[in-house]
Design a protein around this ligand. Structure first.
Ligand SMILES: [Fe+2]
Length: 364
């Protein structure tokens, strides 16, 4: 029987972890049991830099950069500032040009939600990888679970007996706004996520536009923010795993990297705020109190700006694509009492090293 790690447990002493084998989710007759989280003991070397060419740039040259939507039965903007919901387009059948156009549309709207994508999901992990590779080098997560043999597929998972998510049990809310793995030197751009299994209700995902978050601020303050860089850290996430949670595995040593506080999208040229509560730790060159107060103000601004946000309610067959460069998001863990399974897969291509909005800004 697997050892249960619940939200209510305190940090467990290392000796207790060693006595109990790391829990594995059940492998009953579940349809996607071959995609359940696996925690290999592999160790990975540090990531190396690479050149990223954004596929959205190619779409700018297309006669109709939105041609992939031609056969859609419905295209609806979720909010004025963020998100488009598409029906009637089969993501799995899109050719290379159409995938470029998807990248551009996601860059423009921050979030594009495709409904009715059972075909994509049924094609399996090799296909998931080949789809993602169109958009950049696939990120391999240092701590999360992945289907056995497919470390490029990041999984979120919770059921009646186990959770393999980054969930704090000492907070009043599960809301943690973030941009995925922003601590990497080259964090993700276009990111694909879908649920293989979901609760009857709950487990929605919140998104916010970091372009709009920035635009709400006054021009003199934005001008100041453009001159700043901040440290993003993966250490706390690694320590969470080292404490025995989420599979208790750290396969790559955590890194910290410095990114501009305001970054520019390489395709649209739009400026976006690029700090987040989960991974951004301090502003470089400021006194401690200055850094803490500015970051707290920005994090609070992200938290409470419902006018910049969208909430995605998942349906079977939904695939969401978002651009991690210009959005932030948060899981909502409001379904835990139902004991239902929520099993999600993420394909996470890395993109360019964040471009500062202020040309020539020093990043070391
Ligand atoms: Fe995330």
């Amino acid at each position: 029987m697997s050892q249960t790690i619940t939200l209510t447990q305190q940090a467990e002493p290392a000796t207790l972890i060693l006595k109990n084998p790391v829990q594995q989710p059940p492998t009953d007759d579940y349809r996607y049991s071959h995609l359940l989280p696996h925690f290999s003991q592999d160790r990975y070397p540090p990531l190396t830099p690479f050149n990223h060419t954004d596929p959205g740039l190619r779409a700018l040259e297309h006669p109709n950069p939105r041609a992939f939507l031609q056969n859609a039965t419905s295209v609806v903007e979720i909010t004025p500032r963020l998100g488009t919901e598409v029906h009637g387009v089969n993501l799995a059948e899109l050719d290379s040009d159409a995938r470029d156009e998807v990248a551009l549309e996601v860059a423009r709207r921050g979030l594009v939600v495709f409904r009715g994508q059972e075909d994509f999901m049924n094609r399996g992990p090799e296909f998931y990888k080949s789809f993602g590779e169109h958009f950049g080098r696939l990120h391999i997560h240092p701590t999360s679970g992945h289907p056995e043999g497919f470390p490029e597929i990041h999984l979120v998972y919770r059921d009646a007996n186990s959770t393999f998510n980054y969930e704090r049990d000492d907070a009043i809310t599960s809301t943690v706004w973030h941009s995925d793995v922003s601590y990497e030197l080259q964090p993700p751009g276009l990111t694909t996520f879908f649920l293989l299994s979901q609760p009857a209700t709950g487990g929605d995902t919140l998104f916010t536009s970091q372009v709009s978050t920035l635009k709400k601020l006054s021009p003199p303050f934005v001008a100041f923010l453009r001159t700043l860089t901040a440290v993003h850290s993966g250490i706390e996430q690694a320590d969470f795993s080292r404490s025995g949670k989420r599979g208790a595995t750290v396969r790559r040593e955590p890194v910290e990297n410095i990114h501009p506080v305001v970054r520019r999208h390489p395709v649209t040229g739009e400026e976006a705020l690029y700090v987040n509560r989960q991974f951004t730790r301090r502003i470089v060159g400021l006194k401690r109190e200055e850094s803490e107060n500015i970051l707290r103000f920005l994090f609070d601004h992200i938290d409470k700006s419902g006018d910049n946000q969208a909430r995605l309610k998942w349906q079977p067959g939904t695939i969401a694509l978002w651009d991690n460069r210009i959005t932030a998001h948060s899981a909502i863990v409001d379904y835990a009492d139902s004991k239902e399974r929520r099993h999600g897969a993420r394909i996470t291509p890395q993109a360019e090293r964040p471009l500062p909005a202020l040309e020539g800004l020093k990043l070391e």
